[in-house]
Design a binder for this molecule. Structure first.
Ligand SMILES: [Zn+2]
Length: 387
């Protein structure tokens, strides 16, 4: 009798909670069963003015419950190292040993990628990373942003926007730690940044707090209470293996940090924390030639580069506003008035006479004229960052 009761009880004892709780995970039409990887596309239908596009995505669904980590590459058209890193990561992340879910957007800005444009979409001339959270009935960039917000960011618990210098930017690797979210979100973002392992961290205190006008991809996550990072590794449209490997290593560190995988590299122990940064801009359209290299340390007043007219007459010498390190410098001659020529950072935080930081530049979400990938309201010199 006792045996019979035991047998009956056993028949009704549920399977272990972890195994039972892990369900298939769908993004758009792409569904991954537990322990599998699935790939496909999210269609963005045509509307008057454009023919739509498609976002290639992958979903890696682990065998145990855990966080949902979204990795987005290709927000800017000539930023190739993150695109290639995701190719490798899609192969190397084993769903059978994964806890939780990884969502990959392999190329977020397909129109810009296919047309090989920097900064802006060739279709609507907008910077995808300035139109979040997007609009369902908007231009192509706004519709891409809306789909990424709804299908990827809303579904994720943690988000990483993977960038490098665009096709004209010679960049030393760094990531942005964004402090503008709720304190616990900012702290979680900081821990993600350390886990990503990059040795230079730019502290970004200026992103907007309104989820309806979040502007940037990573900030769209943060304003929705999800920790997020923006990272930069690579540049100049090069596909150098070090920059790709750095991204792969960073994701591996994150997977360990988020307890999605047991193995992985340790967090960076003592990164260079850049408390003050400034984008330096050209006052003229013409030919830009850099006088410094990425990663170079410069004194206050050092010449960063010169803008000449098309006959060779020097129009402007752009100088370092403070001593610091060159995080990126434009490496190709084409230059439009108001565009960035470089980005400088210092570990010394800027303090005004009032004892407070200077007020940040305001940020326009719908700029369609040729500023830069990094321009917001296009102050001649602003603290706005790349990505
Ligand atoms: Zn970018």
């Amino acid at each position: 009798m006792r045996l019979l009761i035991t047998a009956i009880l056993c028949a009704f004892i549920p399977a272990p909670v972890d195994a039972a709780a892990q369900q298939p995970f769908s993004v758009g039409q792409v569904t991954a069963a537990p322990g599998t990887t699935a790939s496909g596309t999210i269609q963005i239908p045509a509307r008057p003015g454009d023919e739509g596009t498609a976002l290639p995505i992958s979903v890696i669904q682990g065998t145990r419950p855990g966080p949902v980590l979204a990795l987005v590459a290709g927000v800017h058209g000539q930023e190739y190292t993150p695109v290639l890193a995701l190719q490798n990561l899609r192969r190397s992340i084993d769903p059978k040993t994964l806890a939780g879910t990884v969502i990959m957007v392999h190329v977020a800005n397909m129109p810009s990628y296919l047309a090989r444009t920097i900064y802006y979409s060739p279709v609507d001339n907008k910077n995808l990373n300035r139109v979040f959270p997007g609009k369902a009935d908007g231009t192509i960039s706004e519709r891409i942003a809306e789909v990424i917000t709804r299908e990827v960011i809303e579904r994720a618990t943690h988000v990483v926007d993977l960038h490098c210098g665009d096709g004209n930017e010679s960049l030393r690797p760094y990531l942005y730690w964004i402090t503008t979210g709720a304190p616990q979100v900012a702290e979680a973002g900081k821990q993600m940044g350390l886990a990503f392992g990059m040795d230079h961290i730019v502290v970004d205190r200026e992103r907007p707090a309104d989820p309806k006008a979040s502007v940037y991809l990573s900030n769209t996550a943060i304003t929705r209470g999800k920790p997020a990072l923006t990272i930069e590794s690579g540049g100049m449209a090069e596909i150098d293996t070090d920059s790709i490997a750095r991204i792969e290593r960073g994701v591996a560190g994150l997977l360990k940090h988020l307890k999605m995988r047991e193995e992985g590299p340790d967090p960076v122990s003592s990164p260079v924390v850049l408390e003050r940064t400034e984008v330096l801009r050209s006052g003229f359209t013409g030919i830009f030639l850099a006088a410094v290299e990425k990663g170079q340390t410069v004194a206050q007043g050092a010449v960063i580069g010169r803008v000449t007219d098309f006959h060779g007459k020097v129009l402007e010498e752009i100088k370092a506003p403070f001593a610091g390190e060159i995080l990126y410098v434009v490496g190709t001659p084409a230059m439009n008035k108001g565009e960035p020529v470089g980005f400088i950072g210092s570990t010394v935080r800027s303090v005004g006479r009032s004892g407070r930081e200077p007020s940040p530049a305001t940020c326009s979400t719908g700029s369609s004229h040729r500023q830069s990938t990094h321009a917001c309201s296009a102050p001649r010199r602003g603290s706005r960052r790349p990505a």
